[in-house]
Write a protein that binds this ligand. Sequence first.
Ligand SMILES: Cc1cc2nc3c(=O)[nH]c(=O)nc-3n(C[C@H](O)[C@H](O)[C@H](O)COP(=O)(O)OP(=O)(O)OC[C@H]3O[C@@H](n4cnc5c(N)ncnc54)[C@H](O)[C@@H]3O)c2cc1C
Length: 416
Amino acid sequence: MPLAIEPAGHNWAGSYHYRAAGAARPRSLAALQEAVVGSDRVKALGSRHSFSDIADSDGLLLDLSSMPTQIDIDSASKTVVVPGSLRYGDVASYVNARGWALRNLASLPHISVAGSIATGTHGSGDQHGVLGTSVAALDIVTAAGELVHLARGDRDFDGAVVSLGALGIVTNVTLDIEPTFDIWQRVYAGPSFDVLVDDFDSISASGYSVSIFTDWRGNAAQSSWVKSRTSDGAAAGSLLGTGMTAQIHMIDGQPEENTTPQLGLPGPWHERLPHFRLGFTPSAGDEIQSEYLLAREQAGSSIEAMRSIAHRLADTLLISEIRTVARDDLWLSPASGRDTIALHFTWRRDPEALARLLPAVEDLLLPLGARPHWGKVFVTSSLRSLYPSFDDFRALTSRIDPNGKFRNTFMDRVGL
Ligand SMILES: Cc1cc2nc3c(=O)[nH]c(=O)nc-3n(C[C@H](O)[C@H](O)[C@H](O)COP(=O)(O)OP(=O)(O)OC[C@H]3O[C@@H](n4cnc5c(N)ncnc54)[C@H](O)[C@@H]3O)c2cc1C
């Protein structure tokens, strides 16, 4: 039976309206395969948290949220098989209740697993790669409707994790797990920019996961959020500034109850590693985001570059976040081949202002080798020289999807 077609709708922030003819919700693998085979152009939709046309299609969008939701833990191999459409938060609660953990999470648990790994989504931590580095295997429905299993070590695997949805529809994702652990989160009123620039390595090594929030103005960052495993003991040093004595939100005026517990209160990993609580609005909501990821050696130069235009950003910027990501071998990962510093921007939802500001930001960061986050808003389309395996990915998509069923305007624009 043909699937009912709904209006394609818009992304989570309401900042992008999908141009696809409509969206369908298959309820089984067979219905999904039939929809793929029967469409000239089709794209999977995750939880709609990207800020651009990356998930859009000239044809049909497939929303997998009505597919079966079975999760299977394999204690022997320390892996869990999850439907790609599930939110990280739901997977996290399930595995934690059975004594297991994922290594790291992004700032929010509301995003789908398949959509997140497809865009190189990451959390923070010197020792943590993008979320896709925890992927052990993928099940993908290809353009021909075949279900293909790709596992770590397979020829195409490193190209298929951060896929921009271009290789097919990911049905199941196998993720690495480890025994559950507790985290405490403490927030500090700093550090000063002098310390941040001169001693970036000490700052970013202050915990299991460290985030610095700043509007780039003044002499110090607004806050640093340090998440540490309770088993690691000591609190972060005084380099970060004074410890906060009340729970805060990183964006002025937003409710602090939307954020995960701070003040050093220990709790399970999945209720501390994200900044935001499942069931509450993450970030500001009415916003647009951008992010640029650079080699870690560029920490000082890139921070000073953004400070130099802080006054221009001020009216449009809600907050910036500085994070670190460990290098990996995934072809289109923003941390591919290099330990990384990530400079994130949460903007007011003002596209006209961004059309003026983003070129100024990119004029400073692109010469330093910045790679834009695939799921956020950027202007440049000159990405080829930034990824050693860019052409390999193009060859992979041509081989697996020769008629361009999963291509879209976004891919044309960035030359993939
Ligand atoms: C409030 C907020 C906070 C954020 N915080 C972070 C953060 O901490 N770190 C970070 O790196 N990013 C962050 N992001 C960005 C976000 O993680 C990415 O945009 C991510 O892609 C969102 O996943 P999604 O499920 O919404 O994907 P969508 O936006 O729905 O889709 C993104 C891409 O994934 C593809 N895709 C989705 N599902 C499938 C599937 N089943 N098979 C194949 N392809 C698929 C789509 O086709 C598309 O190309 C944040 C975004 C928001 C709104």
